[in-house]
Design a protein around this ligand. Structure first.
Ligand SMILES: C[S@@+](CC[C@H](N)C(=O)[O-])C[C@H]1O[C@@H](n2cnc3c(N)ncnc32)[C@H](O)[C@@H]1O
Length: 314
């Protein structure tokens, strides 16, 4: 069981799922406050999907999403008879939103750095429009950029004709239709050589898929659907098949603790539990925290068969 020494958390829940090896602890708290009090060099990997529009998870924007009117959430056009779920409209970010976004990631990177052990990897979900505002503060805080994971997925973003001028500009698309999601990959510098760091801190590299196959940076992965969405109806749920691949890669020796400071409904935590890895999740919203409490053990128990063939690597 993960032992945590912070006494001021609003709510917490520590669990060992019977039949699965990965123990986890989830905490309802503001992750910036939590990180400020966390023990230095106590986290071995970070796998997270932050609110990178920053605005979309404010109570005001969530209320607007529920009412279906205004704000950063939009309903993508329905087609094939399906009504789509709301998506945040990142293209509306103004200069001041960009400044807020950049300072959010600066604060995050600066708070994560001392808490991570040398050689710890950070996997951070973003999107092609704002990734530069996410990556640069990580480098400025002292992390090394180690690459990007490309999740090949139809995001439903872009590909539209100019608004209210569809007929006039029938052959024009304003932005490419986005078919991929970038995940920035960073590492806190190792102490000495990678092999020294692996011996000392159990970090510095990425776990291979097999003896013959290294971890690769291109992963095909459809959005979470069906059973997963029923178990965890979070607007930004990530699919287990993809999350299990990246959490498995994040701890090269399978030892240490994975942190998700923006846990949502707990897809990272469930993936870690399913892979037999220890993890820690932080979520600020009482509603999503409760959702995670129920969803994590259920998502973690889903078998490869339940998840289908989603999540293949080239
Ligand atoms: C993009 S969602 C993550 C969804 C998650 N990947 C899943 O599969 O359910 C980001 C989450 O971060 C939470 N959040 C936003 N600001 C936070 C903060 N300061 N501390 C902790 N959680 C926060 C939001 O409530 C939201 O649930």
């Amino acid at each position: 069981m993960i032992v945590d020494t912070i006494a001021t958390d609003l709510a917490r829940s520590a669990t060992q799922i019977p039949g699965l090896l990965g123990a986890y602890e989830i905490v309802r708290a503001d992750s910036f406050e939590w990180l400020a009090k966390a023990e230095p060099c106590s986290i071995h990997a970070v796998v997270t999907d932050p609110p990178y529009g920053v605005l979309e998870y404010t109570p005001r924007e969530l209320e607007k999403m529920k009412n279906g009117k205004g704000g950063v959430w939009r309903i993508p056009p329905s087609f094939d008879g399906y009504q789509r779920k709301p998506l945040p409209r990142f293209t509306v970010l103004r200069m001041e939103d960009r400044i807020i976004l950049r300072s959010f990631f600066k604060r995050l990177a600066e708070r994560l750095f001392p808490v991570a052990v040398p050689g710890a990897h950070v996997f951070i979900a973003t999107n092609p429009l704002v990734s530069h505002l996410v990556y640069e503060p990580f480098v400025a805080a002292g992390f090394e950029k180690r690459g990007e994971i490309i999740r090949v997925v139809h995001t439903l973003r872009g590909g539209d004709r100019p608004k209210n001028a569809h007929d006039e500009f029938a052959d024009v698309t304003v932005m490419p239709k986005s078919c991929w999601e970038p995940w920035g990959l960073f590492r806190k510098p190792c102490e000495g050589r990678v092999q020294d760091n692996l011996r000392q801190w159990k970090t510095g590299g990425l776990r291979r898929i097999s003896a013959k196959e290294p971890f690769k940076d291109l992963i095909y992965s459809s959005p979470a659907r069906g059973l997963e969405k029923k178990i965890a109806p979070h607007p930004s749920l990530k699919p287990q098949s993809f999350m299990r691949r990246i959490v498995a890669a994040s701890l090269p020796l399978g030892e240490g603790v994975i942190l998700d400071p923006f846990m949502g409904s707990g897809s990272t935590i469930a993936a870690a539990a399913a892979c037999g890895l220890r993890s820690m999740g932080i979520e600020i919203s009482p509603e999503f925290f409760e959702m995670a409490e129920k969803a994590v053990p259920r998502l973690a128990r889903l078998s490869e068969k339940d998840l289908g063939s989603n999540g293949s690597q080239i």
